[in-house]
Unconditional design. Structure first.
Length: 450
């Protein structure tokens, strides 16, 4: 484009004998520059564009003087903020300062948001308190508080809220929600609940994000009665809770050892036609296992499998913990073998620890020794609990040899064969029940095989 413009100017200086050609070339160059600007804008606003590509697009827009109006500069600045290209946002903000009107609150908010997305909290705070900028408004402060929430800087977020009050600015609901999220990340539930109370004292109506942040804080602080009260208040205000809010309330009740309320919330979700996710079911299974109701926990697990949700390592760990509470080593070994056959659910040390605890409580030391050997074969480093179970298994094996009691079942070899089955070559479905005692359980309930 630069070469075409140079040759066009050179032709203009030589005379006007090629006037029609010169006009066509001029129109061609203008169309090419407009197309180039549209392509760079589309690249900058695309959500899949990386930070480096966004910076290169913005640099070409600035270097070729393709951004003429203040609105175009602001659009590019907001797009850079969504990509986290903080250096690109600073360059665009500097160009905005050369415009007659200069950057306003929306421009500084976009730049602060870009610095927050790029994990440059210090630069964001300096932009907020820039001496050359106009007085920051709600948008700039809200973007700075959101950046603090992303990094768990709860003290700085509270200080910014206080600064807003001192500047005669009224914080809005998103600012309070971001501050509560910062307190939740920093495990400061009391401050989050105080912010919720202050939000209501300012005669603001909390939205679903504010309620979700407050209930999540109750989950961390084990203040499940307040979480249930907030959930009821939310419904009284005419807002319908979603699956995330229900899961947070269930987690708060579960950590407070109130498994009855967890089951009540699960039933309420189903009555409201809200499909529980894997987090909801894992919370129910964990709370039931902690309440010594492993059979109910296993029934919930069977319901989870019937819904064909995507299982993960955490879900297998929770149901293995329920098997450990019920001393059901058979179910634990079946689930462990099933987890290895499920892609994306490879068991970790916690899963093996739960299975070892089930074997220990059932006094099945041979299976515990086989699990420990399988952990070493899979290069999983046992933790302190696994090491203590291994020591007790070795002592039990010595006593068994001393008294002449040796196992005649040979279950240890079959266990190693079943658990070590690779993910892509599971043969449990190809074997019959008599050939493989480690086949997955039927969904009809614990202790019942196909």
């Amino acid at each position: 484009l630069k070469l075409a413009v140079f040759r066009l100017r050179d032709g203009c200086s030589k005379g006007s004998r090629v006037g029609p050609l010169r006009g066509a070339a001029c129109r061609l160059v203008i169309c090419a520059m407009a197309a180039r600007r549209e392509a760079l804008f589309a690249l900058l606003q695309n959500r899949t564009t990386g930070r480096r590509q966004a910076w290169q697009a913005a640099a070409q827009l600035l270097g070729n003087n393709l951004l003429h109006s203040r609105q175009e500069l602001l659009s590019a600045l907001r797009a850079s903020g969504r990509r986290g290209a903080w250096d690109c946002a600073l360059a665009l903000l500097e160009r905005l300062r050369m415009v007659n009107a200069g950057p306003d609150d929306a421009c500084y908010a976009a730049a602060v948001r870009a610095c927050g997305e790029g994990h440059r909290l210090g630069i964001a705070i300096r932009l907020l308190r820039d001496a050359d900028s106009p007085r920051a408004g709600n948008a700039s402060f809200g973007a700075a508080i959101a950046a603090c929430a992303a990094q768990g800087e709860w003290e700085l977020s509270l200080a910014l809220l206080t600064e807003m009050h001192s500047a005669a600015l009224r914080p809005d609901v998103p600012a309070y929600s971001s501050a509560m999220s910062a307190c939740h990340r920093a495990v400061k539930p009391r401050w989050a609940l105080r912010l919720m109370q202050q939000l209501k004292e300012d005669r603001l109506q909390p939205d679903i994000i504010a309620y979700g942040a407050a209930i999540s804080a109750c989950e961390v602080g084990r203040k499940w009665p307040i979480g249930l009260w907030l959930l009821e208040s939310m419904q009284t205000a005419g807002m319908a809770p979603n699956v995330v809010i229900y899961s947070s309330a269930m987690s708060a009740c579960g950590k407070g050892h109130s498994w009855r309320n967890v089951l009540h919330l699960l039933l309420e979700m189903q009555n409201r036609c809200i499909s529980p996710n894997i987090v909801s079911y894992s919370t129910v299974i964990s709370s039931l296992s902690k309440g010594s109701h492993w059979e109910r926990a296993f029934n919930i697990w069977c319901e989870l499998r019937e819904r064909r949700l995507r299982l993960n390592r955490v879900s297998y760990g929770t149901v293995l913990g329920a098997c450990a509470e019920g001393s059901r080593w058979e179910h634990a070994l079946n689930l462990l073998a099933e987890a290895w056959c499920d892609e994306g659910s490879c068991p970790d040390v916690r899963c093996y620890t739960a299975a070892l605890s089930a074997c220990e409580r059932a006094r099945s030391w041979q299976h515990a020794a086989a699990l420990l050997e399988d952990m070493r074969a899979r290069r999983l480093r046992p933790d302190i609990i696994c090491a203590s179970i291994a020591q007790r298994a070795q002592r039990a094996a010595r006593r068994s040899e001393r008294h002449g009691r040796r196992s005649r079942s040979g279950a240890g070899g079959r266990l190693r064969t079943a658990v070590r089955e690779p993910v892509g070559g599971c043969t449990g479905a190809e074997q019959s029940e008599e050939e493989s005692p480690w086949a997955p359980l039927d969904s009809s309930g614990p202790g019942r095989k196909k």
